[in-house]
Design a protein around this ligand. Structure first.
Ligand SMILES: C[S@@+](CC[C@H](N)C(=O)[O-])C[C@H]1O[C@@H](n2cnc3c(N)ncnc32)[C@H](O)[C@@H]1O
Length: 259
């Protein structure tokens, strides 16, 4: 088990005013310095279509790689309450180096939510984590299953994610979470209709996804970034986006072209 006592986790204001954290362990910010909230909304809710899908299903399972500040969970809860969504959601997330409640208490995310009180939940979560799987009934319709440990050790026999928020640090800073084996494992944890999104457009990530058997597309990125990646198991889910040649990328990955 890890703790973050040896590392500095510093609050930083991004350009849209919303907070992010700088991690000295990874020498990287948790979000795009141009706008934490704007990036999360765009990459995980708008581009995936999830935002328009919160009201038309009985049940949804989401898997996040890297819980970080909990911002994606907060945005999801806020969207669900705004839409009065009846959908039952199981939100799985994995975090190897949880932030302390002392850092989390100063986040300014309440200023950006329609339901500011939701942010109280984040301190409670960080203050009550044990190693391994933790379960929190966040609302009547939303359960958080937060694994405190490394993604490499995360297991679940019955998880079938409809959406995967791949929110690791960049491939250069956090290579363990961008390998073909990681995307293979994510595939095994997915439902047939799964959609995976990430802010990154790295060629190595495209290669690793293709090698693991995902259909892969590029689309316009957040906040002026040219591209980001969407991936799915069913090619129809990507019909509005520009697909890559998966066979070629998989072969290049196999040959070590991206190393
Ligand atoms: C970019 S941040 C996540 C941002 C987060 N989704 C948010 O909204 O704040 C990446 C997270 O992945 C975690 N992480 C990095 N490598 C990991 C690993 N191998 N297993 C589990 N967590 C890991 C880091 O501690 C960090 O919290």
């Amino acid at each position: 088990m890890t703790d973050d006592s040896s590392e500095e986790s510093k609050l930083v204001e991004t350009r849209d005013g919303s907070h992010t954290v700088y991690s000295s362990r990874f020498d990287q910010h948790y979000h795009n310095p141009n706008g934490a909230i704007a990036e999360s909304r765009y990459v995980f809710f708008e581009k995936t279509g999830l935002l328009n899908n919160l009201n038309n299903r009985d049940q949804l399972t989401i898997l996040e790689v890297g819980f970080g500040t909990g911002l994606n969970l907060l945005l999801l809860m806020d969207y669900c309450l705004n839409q009065d969504s009846p959908t039952k959601i199981d939100y799985y997330s994995v975090e190897g180096f949880p932030l302390s409640p002392e850092v989390a208490k100063d986040f300014n995310y309440s200023e950006y939510l329609s339901h500011p009180n939701l942010t109280n939940q984040i301190g409670t979560i960080f203050g009550n984590l044990s190693g391994g799987m933790n379960h929190f009934e966040i609302t009547e319709n939303l359960t958080l299953h937060l694994f405190y440990g490394m993604f490499e050790d995360f297991k679940s026999d019955n998880l079938q994610a409809n959406y995967i928020f791949h929110d690791a640090f960049s491939p250069d800073a956090n290579p363990d979470l961008w390998s073909g084996e990681v995307f293979q494992k994510l595939k095994q944890l997915s439902a047939n209709d799964a959609m995976l999104s990430t802010y990154s457009a790295a060629s190595s990530a495209q290669g690793a996804l293709a090698w693991a058997g995902w259909k892969v597309a590029k689309t316009r990125g957040a906040l002026g970034k040219r591209e980001m990646i969407l991936a799915a198991l069913d090619a129809d889910r990507l019909s509005d986006h520009k697909r890559i040649n998966e066979e070629r990328y998989a072969q290049r990955y196999e040959e070590g072209d991206f190393d």
